[in-house]
Design a protein around this ligand. Structure first.
Ligand code: GLU
Length: 467
């Protein structure tokens, strides 16, 4: 849609919420503005010896806290407007979940499948070099992470490039979402999808809220449709299925499929690996195009692909009662109003997909502390619990089996601590914004923006203007 301006969309939602805050126009303008916008064009050598000029961006939206933080995406849809919108969303998202970073985002305009692994490595390393050159990367400056079209592999290349050229002791903290053996953290890959699940689960736990949209409490038995089986969509769907929800529809680039009785996620992933797509998967009906399944009958719709997927063209036809925004900006402001009027609950992106940056925060802490979470405490905890359990055995008739002892005396290792920290963040933040929703009688998106603006506004007020 050519008239679609993503940054405008984010700012419209911001303005709507700003009306419920006490800050003056100039300060709101300061919160909203993108502080630094970098556009670079650099050459790379292709495998056949030819030269291609690549376009890339990095936007640091807000420096109220440092470093700034946000992913890097590789897609043909990348442009300055999109990168600015995504950087702004990162600021609000971090504020909502109390992650002490400013927002940023980067992007390279390429179709990644058209490049060999070596070419992608050259693009990534050269982009990193440009960011270093312009002071747009560093553990205390701006810290990228994976996003659409990038993964741990690219983050490893970024870290290596940075470390080769910097003597900083904290160099590993220049990027997150790295491979585990290069300073990554357990649970980061799954984090965004798992956070999406925790958020939806928390919403479903609230019986009163569920009744108001005509659903029972709990995740079990609820039907859902997911758009995009990339890292975020897959892990969100996996967690939903493991908790007893039924996946009835899936959309991917090649088309969409539906089966009201449920689709086997593991088998579908196997099928996708061998056939390259999802259409034609056994036991499912192939729908007319990849967006058709968004309009299918289901309780929960999880758009986990790109922005502008629920828009004025299809908003009237969306039947889901809960929209769980796993992607950034999947619902336009117009579509938001239409879907809301129909009585659906929209769990907004600026809260729901914050699990990724939350665990990125843990990874960054691990990097600058130079120690894995749980390394000092795990055995100590286990020995303390074991002593307590043996006292319980001495003063009572209770005898624990070896299995019980192992379970009850388990100390927190990195994976357990990360998961607990992620869950705590998603649950607490949901209740924080749900409270604001009731206080102001607004929707959850507006409540999340109010929450973010209040936190940012107070910081800016205290800081004053320099010089
Ligand atoms: N790209 C992810 C997002 O949009 C993660 C960002 C990060 O971990 O810094 O939230």
């Amino acid at each position: 849609m050519s008239d679609y301006k993503f940054y405008d969309q984010v700012n419209k939602a911001f303005d709507k919420a700003a009306a419920y805050t006490r800050f003056e126009k100039g300060l709101l303008e300061q919160i909203k503005s993108c502080n630094d916008v970098l556009h670079i064009a650099f050459p790379i050598e292709k495998d056949d010896g030819s030269i291609e000029v690549i376009q890339g961006w990095r936007v640091e939206h807000s420096h109220h806290k440092l470093p700034t933080k946000g992913g890097i995406r590789y897609s043909m849809m990348v442009n300055e407007d999109e990168t600015m919108a995504l950087a702004a969303l990162m600021t609000y998202k971090c504020a909502v979940v109390n992650v002490p970073f400013g927002g940023a985002k980067g992007g390279i305009m390429i179709e990644r499948n058209n490049y060999s692994e070596r070419e992608l490595e050259r693009i990534t390393r050269r982009y990193t070099f440009q960011l270093m050159n312009k002071n747009f990367i560093g553990p205390g400056i701006d810290v990228p992470a994976p996003d659409y079209g990038t993964s741990a592999r690219e983050m490893g290349w970024i870290m290596d490039t940075y470390r080769q050229m910097s003597s900083e002791i904290d160099a590993e903290g220049c990027v997150t979402g790295k491979p585990l053996n290069q300073g990554g953290i357990r649970g980061r890959t799954e984090a965004t999808g798992r956070g999406v699940f925790f958020g939806i689960q928390e919403a479903c736990t609230n019986k009163e809220d569920m009744e108001s949209i005509g659903l029972d409490g709990g995740i079990e038995g609820k039907t859902f449709v997911v758009q995009g089986l990339g890292n975020v969509g897959y892990h969100a769907a996996k967690n939903m299925v493991e908790s007893g929800a039924v996946m009835v529809g899936v959309a991917e680039i090649d088309g969409s499929i539906y089966n009201e009785n449920g689709i086997d996620l593991d088998k579908l992933m196997e099928f996708k690996k061998t056939s390259g797509g999802i259409t034609g998967f056994e036991g499912t009906k192939t729908l007319k195009d990849s967006s058709a399944v968004l309009e299918a009958e289901c309780d929960i719709l999880i758009p986990a692909a790109l922005e502008n997927q629920l828009n004025k063209k299809n908003a009237n036809k969306i039947k889901a009662k809960i929209i769980g925004e796993a992607a950034n900006g999947p619902t336009t402001t117009e579509a938001h109003e239409i879907i809301k009027k129909r009585g659906a609950l929209i769990i907004p992106d600026n809260y729901l997909n914050a699990g990724g940056v939350t665990v990125s925060y843990f990874e960054w802490l691990k990097n600058i502390q130079h120690v894995r979470f749980g390394r000092m405490g795990k055995r100590f905890e286990e020995e303390s619990y074991t002593r307590i359990l043996s006292v319980i055995e001495t003063v009572s008739d209770r005898r624990f089996t070896d299995k019980e002892l192992k379970h009850l005396a388990k100390g927190g290792g990195e994976a357990e601590l990360v998961d607990a920290g992620l869950k705590d963040t998603m649950v607490d933040s949901y209740n924080e914004i749900n409270e604001l929703r009731k206080v102001h009688d607004v929707d959850l998106r507006t409540a999340a923006f109010i929450n973010a603006i209040n936190k940012l506004g107070e910081i800016y007020e205290q800081m004053g203007i320099f010089p």
